[in-house]
Structures are given as structure tokens and as C-alpha cells.
Design a protein around this ligand. Sequence first.
Ligand SMILES: [Zn+2]
Length: 353
Amino acid sequence: MESTLFPTTVIGSLPRPAWVLDLILDRKAGRISEEEAEPLLDRAIESSIALQEQARLEEITDGEWRRESYVKVFAERVRGFKADLHDSGMPYPAVVAPLEYHRPLVLHELRFLRARTRRRVKITLPAPYIIGRRMWHADHSRKAYPTREGLMEACVPILRREIEALREAGADTVQLDEPWLSTMVDPAFRRREGIDNPSYEMDRCVDLVNQVLDGFRDLATGMHLCHAHFDRQHGSEGPYGLIMPALQKVRVGTISMEYATPVAGGLDSLAQFPEKVRLGLGCIDHCDPRVETVEDVVKRVEEAMRHLDKSRITLHPDCGFAPSAQNPMDLDEAYRKLKAMCRAARVLREKHG
Ligand SMILES: [Zn+2]
């Protein structure tokens, strides 16, 4: 993909049609078995693939339509968690026993996608730090892991085993989702979450990503950061100055960041973006119901080019459109936004190629 100028991709999730959301919730509640749900999801995902091909993306995912959420998928597939124990606004699973890899996490998603498209395929996994933050609970988890850090460390070998399987099955890109790193830029968020030593936390977060991705060859690697969102509202806000020193230490191919949303405070922070990494430029604001024009996107990308060479820029929306299945977003709107982005990429290639 690096040989194409301004390649386009998605961050991961697409809004689920209402019947797919019902299917996921029915499966979770046991009203339908996994075996019954899978063939129906297969048919849904064929349309998610077609949508992305029609938008003319260079690299696609399956829309994450088999998952309830981008992070809970880890708890659904790895043994050691109990569902909905944790209530921080939205119910999360909590770890209650030592983790055990007893079946692949997302390999079935990748295999299905790989067999149905000639495009590059991306698969996403949650990073260890966000798993620890979301799914370690002081009341329920201490017996399994006395500390939150213990759970984070235990995720590393599981994720590495999965990535090895994904690589063998033909994944082109593996992306680790780590919104926590960027939500830390917001002082109100740090206070709310009791983070009093952000540089320690940022270093932990980056070190865990490096441990997971260390040594993988024949595979493009990425890390996605964002301000987190639900129902078009961001969970935090602020420019990226605080986290830029930590990003210098990340050993990944591409760092994907939100830059279209006003909450990211503009593109000036790109002056401190690490030199050896590709920039995944968030150039579509998924929270804004207005569909960007081609000119809007071209302008955003050209602004980024003041800080970075054009050969290092990949285009994608700020975040997945629906990181959780319950996130109420519009699928047609997402399609129109992706189409505008891909058209802008073609204009940029003509102008700057
Ligand atoms: Zn995100």
C-alpha cells in the first residue's frame, strides 16, 4: 500500500444495520446460538465488503459486524472474563480468572474477509493497556490479577499468538486500537480516571504496544488513537502535544490519529509527529453528520503536507464509525463520507503525483 500515494483505509468499524445489531444482542443474550448467528452475519458482512469496495477504498475491514465492540471482543473470545460486571456508564466485562487462549479471537473474521476480496485487508485488535483499563475491576479482579498492570502484561502473549495466526492467514495490516493514550491529553479525563502520573501511564501503554508487535515481518502494523466517542460526542478533547514525546517511542508502521474533529485542536501538533512512522491522517469527522466535500478533504490533507512528506500519509476517517454495536450512526452517511475521502485521494494523486 505504501507504493500508492495517499492510500485510503478505514479505522475498523462501520455502523451496523438494525437487524445486525439485533442479531448481536440476541446472540449475547443466548436467544440465538453462535452457530445460528454466524451464517446470518456472513451474509451481512458480504454487504459491508461490497460497500467498502464501491467506495473504492484501497484497504478494507469486515466492518467489525461480528463484534459487540472493538474492545469487548477480547473478553468474548478469551477465557477469564465475566460479562457486564463493570459499570462505567456502559457495562463492561471484568477479568475474574487467569486469561486462557482457548480459541482464536478474530481469525475467523479475517479468513472470511480474505476469501472475499482482492483488496488489502486490515484486522484490528484492542491494545493491552485499554484492555487493562476497561476490564480490570478492583472488586472482582484482584484474585486473578492483583494489579491492573498484571492483566495488561498477560494480554501480550495472547495478542502475539493471534497476530501470528492472522499473518499466516493473509492479513495485510494488523492495527492495535489504543484510544486511551490520546484521551489522556484531556486534564478533565485524567482527573476523572485518577491518572496522576501521565508520563508513567503513557510509557506503559507504548511499551505494551511495542511488546505485542515486536519482530513481526511481512505485515504492516498500525496503532489507532482517538478521543473516544459515543453518539457523536467525544469522551475527551484537546491537542496532542502531551503525548507526542511518547509517540516517538512507538515501534509501528503507521500511527492513526484524529485530525478532522475540532476537538483535536488542529494540525499544528504534527510538527512533533515521529519521523520514522507513517501518519494515518483522520480526515473525515465521523461525529459530524454533514458529509465532507472532496475539497474539504483535499484541504485537510494539504494542510498535513506542510508538516510531513506526502509519501508518508494514509487517509482514513478519524475513528471507526461505530466502535460499539450500540453506537447509533448511519450506514449511508458513513458510505458517503468514505466515498468523498476516496475521491479526494484521487484528486490529490493527480495534483501531487
Ligand atoms: Zn477510535
